[in-house]
Design a protein around this ligand. Structure first.
Ligand code: RRO
Length: 409
């Protein structure tokens, strides 16, 4: 019997519990159609504003050292009407039959209410994610860090009595009282909220370019939202806490640093009803959904699970027995948890030297081909032969809005 990876969000069945986060590669029907054609269980569009906007100045994204990515996109998007048009929905979703969700991040409450009213009457939209957590709009602090403002927004939204299901995108919280305060506000409006997506990027991080002695991106003095593996543990904690604190009628959708089926499994264990992928989708493209779903299936098979429901939310308390089981399994596979154990893991088959040589040759090749080593406003670029940094500046952006090259938002 095939494994059951399905889930239900906003009352809609998703064939797999993995889908895309609003953000990279979600700004156009072209990009969204690739998600729809993959094993992603649903399709979620880029956060929209009332009108089309180009976002912050370039360079505004940076992928550093494989551990984290930084962005200060500033909400580039085609405007809500684009994401609601039947042409866009048809071009994006094709015959996939999957749920299509939109996301909004208005400049103010009036904008959000106006967009929600529009969305509510559009066929083919399964729900809306209200982004309360964008860290990158200059002069606008993160709404969901101000609990009074969050309450006021949700109060006004609940008065609309929307027909479409509503999700909210939350920022990461880091302290007990903040988790509790956020959950209290959300629970107050539980009859209007279908799910909470935790987490948006970790706001106001800074990557420093050692060579140029400057920030790696240009807007906001180099401050941007941190994503990728660096934030996974924060995201897991937020999902677990929110699942513990939120009313059971509000689903928690996990997002933050998911790269593998094992990552997705961990989010599900912490109680996520579904798992979104953002940064890895940006880096790898829509084929990441096929890979991550396949890896989750493999892991479930190994563990003897037939459906996601069998382990979702069943994270066990720490125990000596569990730790011993884990240690034994790691020993068998040659890995380990402690530094001493990890030091024994060989670096590839031939050790580290071949890796250094290949990296050096690749660096020379890229330099000869005229790639930029210093970053800046380039599509791809930068190899520092004696550093460990292979960086890609605005890889996705390709070119500016309206520029010659096609750009996937
Ligand atoms: O567009 C962005 O700069 C952006 C948004 Br709306 C968001 O919600 N989170 C983020 O990291 N970047």
């Amino acid at each position: 019997m095939p494994l059951d990876l399905s889930t239900t969000i906003c009352g809609k069945k998703l064939s797999t519990c993995i889908y895309n986060a609003s953000g990279p590669r979600t700004g156009s029907s072209d990009a969204l159609s690739k998600v729809a054609s993959s094993r992603s269980g649903a399709v979620l569009a880029k956060s929209a504003t009332v009108n089309e906007q180009t976002g912050n100045p370039l360079p505004r994204t940076f992928q550093a050292d494989g551990k984290g990515s930084l962005n200060s996109e500033g909400l580039p998007n085609k405007g809500i009407d684009y994401y609601l048009s039947q042409d866009t929905i048809e071009e994006s979703m094709g015959e996939s039959g999957k749920p299509y969700f939109v996301s909004i991040s208005g400049h103010n409450l009036a904008d959000n209410l106006a967009m929600l009213k529009k969305i509510d009457s559009v066929d083919g939209v399964s729900g809306v994610e209200l982004n309360l957590a964008c860290p990158n709009v200059i002069g606008h602090p993160i709404i969901a860090y101000d609990f009074d403002q969050m309450d006021a927004v949700l109060s006004a939204v609940s008065k609309l009595k929307l027909q479409k299901p509503l999700g909210v995108k939350l920022p990461p919280y880091f302290d007990g009282p903040h988790f509790a305060a956020a959950a209290k506000v959300l629970n107050k409006y539980k009859s209007s909220i279908s799910y909470a997506a935790s987490i948006n990027t970790v706001g106001n991080a800074l990557v420093v370019d050692t060579v140029a002695e400057m920030p790696a991106i240009s807007p906001k003095g180099g401050f941007g939202g941190l994503s990728g593996p660096a934030v996974k543990y924060t995201a897991l904690a937020n999902v677990k806490k929110m699942r513990d604190l939120l009313d059971e009628t509000i689903d928690v959708v996990g997002v933050g640093g998911v790269e593998t089926g094992e990552d997705a499994f961990q989010f599900l264990l912490c109680g996520a009803a579904a798992v979104q992928v953002g940064t890895k989708h940006w880096i790898e493209g829509a084929k990441c959904f096929d890979r991550i779903v396949g890896e989750l299936e493999e892991l479930m098979e190994k563990k003897g699970y037939k459906s996601v429901g069998e382990f979702r939310g069943k994270l066990k308390p720490w125990s000596k027995e569990g730790a011993s089981k884990s240690r034994k399994a790691k020993k068998m596979s040659g890995g380990g948890n402690t530094r001493a154990e990890q030091a024994k893991i060989p670096v590839g088959k031939g050790g580290i030297l071949p890796t250094i040589i290949v990296s050096f040759l690749l660096g020379l090749l890229l330099a000869t081909a005229g790639f930029s080593a210093a970053g800046g406003d380039v599509t791809m670029g930068g190899f520092v032969p004696f550093g460990s940094l292979l960086k890609i500046h605005d890889g996705l952006e390709g070119a500016r809005m309206g520029g010659k090259k096609k750009r996937e938002l």
